[in-house]
Write a protein that binds this ligand. Structure first.
Ligand code: AMP
Length: 140
């Protein structure tokens, strides 16, 4: 598999399609998942191109995991969650559908089931308001 520079997350990074951004630094970028598996589902991606964890640059991953931790901590606080699921899929057989490395960060609540992966589109206003909750905690 080779990296497609026009995949949907590459287009988000280039500003060619919109997203509900929650965090950005030199190496990493984070935004709301439009088909959330739960309230507050966010995605954390490296700016450096790679298809997935298997082929990503190790130094870039080291920086990225720090951002995954920050976003997971913010998820817990922003949504008053009981836990946070961090998920990451590699290759179609493992469920990967977008081929730019990414970590899913999903707030979890006792007794609330996880919604399907790549399920229903969320309401844009809800995504915007959830992104603002993250930004309030992540902006320095
Ligand atoms: P995966 O299946 O692990 O590759 O995850 C891809 C994720 O990207 C899924 O959870 C989708 O809901 C999400 N997704 C697809 N297109 C967009 C988009 N334009 N903006 C935000 N999230 C997206």
């Amino acid at each position: 598999m080779s990296y497609d520079p026009d995949n949907i997350f590459a287009k988000i990074l280039k500003g060619e399609i919109p997203c509900h951004k929650i965090y950005e630094d030199e190496n990493s970028f984070a935004f709301m998942d439009v088909m959330p598996q739960g309230e507050g589902h966010a995605l954390v991606i490296p700016k450096l191109p790679s298809e997935n964890l298997l082929t990503a640059d190790a130094d870039s991953l080291s920086e990225l995991i720090k951002v995954v931790q920050k976003v997971a901590q913010a998820a817990l606080e922003a949504f008053q969650a009981d836990g946070v699921l961090v998920q990451q899929f590699n290759n179609p057989a493992a469920g990967q559908t977008v081929f730019h490395t990414h970590f899913h960060v999903v707030p979890r609540f006792e007794g609330v089931a996880l919604q399907p992966h790549n399920g229903d589109m969320a309401d844009g206003e809800l995504l915007a308001s959830n992104a603002a909750k993250y930004r309030a905690l992540l902006e320095t």
